[in-house]
Design a protein around this ligand. Sequence first.
Ligand SMILES: Cc1cc2nc3c(=O)[nH]c(=O)nc-3n(C[C@H](O)[C@H](O)[C@H](O)COP(=O)(O)OP(=O)(O)OC[C@H]3O[C@@H](n4cnc5c(N)ncnc54)[C@H](O)[C@@H]3O)c2cc1C
Length: 497
Amino acid sequence: MAGRASAEGGRPRVVVVGAGLSGLTAAERLCADRPDLDVVVVDAADRAGGKILTTTFNGIPLDCAADAFLARVPEGLELCRRLGLAEQLVSPAQRSAFVWSHGRLRRLPEGLVLGVPTDLDALEASGIVSSAGVARAAEDLERTTPPARHHVSPDDAGSPSGSPSGEGTHGGADESVGALVRRHLGDEVTERLVAPLLGGVNAGDADDLSVAAGAPQLAAAAASDQASLIRGLRRQLAERSDPDAPVFFGLPQGTTTLITALVRALPAGTVRLGWPVQRLTPLAGGGFRLDGPDGDLLEADAVVMAVPSFVAARLLGDLGAAELDAVVDGLASLEWASVAMVSLAVPTDGLTHPLDGSGYLVPAPERAFVTACSFASSKWAHLRRDGTALLRVSAGHAGDGDDAVQRSDEDIVAAVCADLRTHIGLEVAPTAVRITRWPTSLPQYRPGHLERCRSWQQTVAATLPGVWLTGASFEGLGLPACIRQGTQAATEAAAAV
Ligand SMILES: Cc1cc2nc3c(=O)[nH]c(=O)nc-3n(C[C@H](O)[C@H](O)[C@H](O)COP(=O)(O)OP(=O)(O)OC[C@H]3O[C@@H](n4cnc5c(N)ncnc54)[C@H](O)[C@@H]3O)c2cc1C
């Protein structure tokens, strides 16, 4: 329907732009906490979920992107409890994984935290790093004063003064994960373990990734023992109440279960799909107008923007407000990696390597098209089928441009199968293949990212009161971090409207 849609019955209206996990969480929280509000969620796409998608593959629901979330960060489990999904949660059947290293798959040693080893005997036994690499890592335990930072540019410092930059930095200016781990444990551990593990999460480069934003657990360990990262991590592990508690949770019908449950929790008709916001305009008497498709309009008292940074940059940039220039430039310059997720069904007897782990990672020095491969039917008991293995392969890395998503299907399948032949001895053609392209899908947080985000959010709050920026572009891209940020935006909007 073209024309003006004003708030129903004069109720204050909040429009959430983006029906990904962050936006839907915000909407669910707003509806639950403020039933007096008229909440509308709009999304450009013809489905809700954004980067979350499960479709049927080889007769089974199989995720096209996220298939698990961290159990340690409480917001994921909490939301599942709110939505009545907690009983359905499952944990991976396989806890160990491999890394492709020096010509074969080697099992990752026990005691890794985001790739940083806490058990150096296990590290040595794994054969993933050389004896010299293990000896260099062991220096971390001898140290009584913090290892010097090699280089802190003003850009890296997180704040112009180099003062504490907030969450995860605990009194030190933010730096890259690579810089932190290299100075504590050396280059080999960084390149052979930490970089592939973190790259498996955000398809980025550890030397460019903010510790505070991308690896807050390492930032907390470094803050708790500034001389020894290993000691700081061992202390964290010792404080865990149950060392056997699950590390990840997943949903047997796929992560889309979460999206379906969130949409169901909203009043009917709350979510409008195929509704790209083309323009956001502040109204003279307060509130905002959102221009949608075909002349359709929405008026809102508050707007929660849960869209990727480049979309927020465009919508804010169109306002032409000089006060927002730095925010628009900052949002527009945030880099994103593009990845392809390739699902394959292969006969189990067509592989020479046993799939006795959750999957493997490929470090940059061993550069291949495949950056990670999940042995999905070994990782998850509910995906197990006699005679058929399901694999989920990731390709694409920050800095590669759109290579992984721009190649043709044939080219992607050929490159993936060639790598699988080398890595796990794939000797037969897959019986089914599904390619999901995710262009500009994983934000790359540079050092100082959290500090910059807070400054953008503060500027928007001061210049455009009633607008909130939230989602994976800001304080974490994992599912629990998106839930936390959506909830936070909703709480602030509910208090303000
Ligand atoms: C391949 C892949 C694998 C991943 N695996 C994991 C994992 O295993 N575990 C984990 O925790 N995380 C994982 N993630 C990360 C996680 O899935 C995402 O960070 C998260 O889902 C992002 O949610 P969001 O709501 O912030 O953003 P999005 O999901 O990007 O949602 C933004 C929404 O805004 C909409 N939109 C855009 N422009 C407009 C407009 N103009 N008007 C209206 N709507 C608009 C989009 O259509 C989209 O629906 C993975 C991500 C990818 C890409």
